[in-house]
Design a protein around this ligand. Sequence first.
Ligand code: ADP
Ligand code: ZN
Length: 665
Amino acid sequence: MSSNSRVQILLPVAVDQAFDYRPPVGVVAAKGMLVKVPFRGKSTVGVVWCESGAADVPDSKVKNIEEVFGLPPMPEKLMQFIEWTANYNMAHNGAVLGMAVSGIGDQGSGIREKKNNKTDPRSLTPDHWQLTAAQNTALDKLLPHIRADNFNVTLLDGVTGSGKTEVYFSAIRKSLEEHPDNQILIMLPEIALTQSLIERVKSRLGITPTVWHSNLTPKKRRENWLAIATGDAKLIIGARSSLFLPYLKLSLIVVDEEHDASYKQEEGVVYNARDMAVVRASIEKIPIILVSATPSLETVVNVKAKKYDEINLPARFGDAKMPEIELVDLRKEKREKNCWVSEKLRRELAENLARGEQSLLYLNRRGYAPLTLCRACGHHLKCPYCSAYLVQHGKNLQLLCHHCGHSSRMPEKCPECQEKDTLIPLGPGIERLEEEIKDFLPQARILTLSSDTVESAKAMKKAFADIEDHNVDIIIGTQMVAKGHHFPQLTLVGIIDADSGLAGGDFRAAERTFQVLHQVSGRAGREKLPGKVIIQTFQPESRVIQTILANDRHAFMVMEMRVREDNNLPPFGRLAALIISGKKEAMVRNYCNMLAKSAPMLNGVKILGPAPAPLTLLRGKFRYRFLVKANKSIHIQKIIRDWLNASPVPSSLKVKVDIDPYSFV
Ligand code: ADP
Ligand code: ZN
């Protein structure tokens, strides 16, 4: 190979194009190689994207590459995937690249490979595990899919506690035994879930998986990135961003809890990791397994269209039965002031405690109270930077904005009318619920679980150990408890406010509520003891509550599918959101009006807006939204690109494009 005089380097910055650089004399800078180059006064890691320079850059402008790293070059298929992701989500190539090289930061040299034998499939412990007949049947159906040396998608669909995890563990074991060089990625929607899965992998397979998420220390990050890039890491458990890593030999992706909306990344590059995982699998020509007890409508429609295969596990493992579900009609309940637990649920909690069994209360609100009101003037305490109410954390202690993180001490006077001692909390958060429970069950040992109480992996581990060791009688948790966890001794689940997710303009609200109610309910009675679920609701007749009560997911899905199809909503139609934001509202509005005037008028395309976003003010910036609806056959990205190109964005404003939006605030 002769050395090239100029190459194009893609850098992890928010631009699309690669820049020309000159390789060191006598050194080959081949496509995919990781290099260090000077950029805007700093040394930056980049990737050789093209082995020849762009013709229109004069030689005098071209800087030298500082270093060519001796790391494995970025695989060609990953480069394709980066471009595909950027193109589909209307993000910059460089920004997507950033996720792929984030493990090396700006110091690609200096990182040393650390051999870790615990990850070696040769140290897989012998399998003593006995799958049930149903699980074996599922495994037998799954194996041909993962052995087929091509792209295919399988939905592993089974009720909560049916052993889906055990089945895909068995499949992974087989795959690693047959091909010890292969790499397998298990994706999870949330960091909070990684810890317990790691433990399960260790005890079931005997190997230590390599972890990837945004909370790793820089050192761990580098180590794990390198283990993945060199192929040393065979089994990887990761959150969203693990999808963009430079696997040497990726052979299978498992997306657990595939329905989970947390797979949608909302900041930076906006993308849906579940959908992009399917794309990566198709580019890599490898199998992918989507796992869920409540598959997303998107996936169900793909199964129906025979694009995805489906494997079912219809019953819970062992003697465990699906829990019995009862409703409490909150319209008829006379609860005391500042109490949220109905008579019935109180009785059940007390009885469960007396029996020595564990209970779980689900309320998706962090903190003490969602609102703080001035009794004298009626003022609600608001965030100064967002159009949002401040959430009280700790009784009369602290006020926190859940949108921007702004935090302040609880004031003594109302900031509006200056009266003293007039501020009162309104509504419950999990901390206030804890107070209520303590009041009528003083002997109960309570644990609150939310992102506030278990911030670190260590705290998480301890919380789960406490639950498992039965040092806890009642768990009060946010959506964090709805997912994937297995608490063997938990027999009662109380849902405090089943309707809270149904408000607002989100067309997925019903689907998401169904999923979360089903998932939370699914935490009850997962082993020998039978489970019971009490759902408190103001809308007992709604189709979500009725189908949950009947445990009839199919009926719910059929109805939901019809609603989406009739309204040409995803997955039947296409949707994209444009969020225009800036410090000066008038400027935002002017630009939006200009966009509105030049909005494309095409058959099969409908543009709604501009309208102030529900969260009109966020971090001190005003936000307006457009919604683009289009028929399935329409290339929505092209339309948006042409539209925006015709009205260049003023530098003081930002336009965020959100393809397949999940958030409508
Ligand atoms: P899912 O992933 O479908 O929710 P899990 O795989 O977590 O279900 O299984 C539920 C519980 O039942 C777990 O504790 C699991 O270890 C146990 N379990 C499932 N299948 C078996 C089996 N064949 N033998 C022993 N325990 C099993
Ligand atoms: Zn705020």
